[in-house]
Design a protein around this ligand. Structure first.
Ligand code: FES
Ligand SMILES: [Fe+2]
Length: 416
């Protein structure tokens, strides 16, 4: 991939100002090719936002941990001896070795494989071999660095900015719509990473619009009204919303609340929820629209609707009465993005008896594989010398416009 050869702070400032002066137009190739932009994104956006890291079932017991990789960095999410879930930088305070390399595991303490410094589960340095010979060595000054961490409805979010605003207040505003799925006791039925050789913004923008759904996702578009313009589906939605509480047995399931990107209450604290209709008699997001797992949490039936959620700037959920799928985007390099999908089912559901993994994952695995190739083709195109950004669709691509606006504003922050 070509990168910007004549890059500078001034060029970044000029390009950002020029892009902001053309709201409603897709982003210039510069934003996908500049190392300076990527660095600034990590500093000002990704390491300052609330990001989905994992689910409480992944750290069920004291000492359980998993790695959350972000950019070139690695964070250990661990349940401490006091039961608290913490996020610690996976970087030894001696000479910087990664401490954990297994993507998940369980331990009583973290021992650095290089020279054997040992850390408590809360990050405190408990033993540093022979360092008593080092004059004035104070172990309490060498705890693992920590990140902010919050658990909401069983979902673990991490923010690497010590000064970040708390996420809880924003999350509480969508709680009535999320709580009925009982995610704290839910089971992860499947998890899969769909890596794409593309910049994270191309992957995210692809998710933020459904303009492409009718042409590129035939299976999805057959079931979900989200691909059609507002007026055409208003009646479907109104009818579904009318019956939703009755048929699901869940009060408040029709909540609509949206505060994302610049409209979020604080930086990196996006939240959104709405319920929208599936077509015809479809009950859930599956191959034939028929249920694929037992009803979740408080649900007593199907209303022909699906819950749409955003949790922070880079994580989303699609929640059907019988399963939920979480989508998160994680940049791993300027042209490398992890799209991870997590399928949740009811906590007591058993694979083979209550759900078949292939049937459960059919729709979103297929749709995501379609997206993978769309995103890669998009990436090849924006790196072309012939690429000139065209206009976003004002309705179908409205969220891309809102994202770009928020994103460009963050790029304009002065360097620290
Ligand atoms: S780098 Fe970890 S003990 Fe030396
Ligand atoms: Fe898509």
């Amino acid at each position: 991939m070509a990168t910007e050869l004549d890059d500078s702070t001034e060029r970044l400032a000029e390009k950002t100002a020029a892009q902001r002066s053309r709201p409603g137009f897709a982003m210039d190739a510069y934003f996908y090719r500049s190392h300076r932009v990527y660095r600034k994104e990590l500093d000002e956006i990704l390491f300052k936002s609330w990001l989905y890291a994992g689910h409480v079932s992944e750290v069920a017991n004291v000492g359980d941990y998993f790695l959350f990789d972000l950019g070139e960095d690695s964070i250990v999410v661990v349940r401490g001896a006091d039961g608290e879930v913490r996020a610690l930088a996976n970087v030894c305070r001696h000479r910087g070795s990664r401490i954990c390399s297994a993507p998940e595991g369980s331990c009583q303490a973290f021992v650095c494989p290089y020279h054997g410094w040992a850390y408590e589960l809360d990050g405190r340095l408990k033993a540093a071999r022979s360092m008593e010979l080092c004059p004035g060595f104070d172990p309490s000054a060498y705890s693992l660095k920590s990140c902010r961490c919050t658990v909401f409805e069983g979902l673990i979010f991490v923010n690497c900015d010590p000064a970040a605003a708390p996420f809880e207040k924003a999350l509480r505003s969508i709680e009535p719509a999320l709580r009925p799925y009982d995610l704290p006791t839910a089971r992860i039925a499947h998890r899969r990473n769909y890596a794409v050789a593309a910049n994270w913004k191309l992957a995210l923008e692809n998710y933020l619009e459904c303009y492409h759904c009718a042409t590129a996702h035939r299976a999805y578009a057959k079931l979900h009204t989200l691909e059609a313009p507002g007026q055409e589906v208003e009646r479907n939605n109104a009818e579904m919303l009318d019956r939703a509480e009755n048929e699901t047995g869940v009060a408040g399931i029709t909540l609509r609340h949206s505060a994302v990107y610049r409209a979020a209450p604080d930086f990196g604290c996006c939240v959104h929820t709405m319920r929208y209709a599936l077509y015809d008699d479809f009950k859930t997001g599956s191959r034939h629209g028929r249920p694929v797992a037992p009803l979740m949490g408080e649900f007593e039936g199907y209303d022909g609707g699906a819950g749409d959620f955003q949790l922070g700037p880079l994580a989303f959920m699609l929640n059907y009465p019988d399963y939920c799928v979480l989508y998160r985007f994680i940049p791993r390099g300027m042209n490398r993005t992890d799209m991870e999908l997590v399928w949740f089912v009811r906590g007591d559901a058993k694979e083979g008896r209550d759900y078949q993994r292939d049937a459960l994952t059919w729709l979103w695995d297929r749709t995501t594989r379609e997206d993978q190739s769309l995103i890669m083709r998009n990436s090849e195109g924006v790196h072309s010398r012939f690429f000139e950004p065209g206009p976003y669709h004002p309705e179908h691509e409205r969220l891309c416009i809102e994202f770009a606006d928020w994103y460009l504003e963050a790029l304009q922050r002065p360097d620290p």
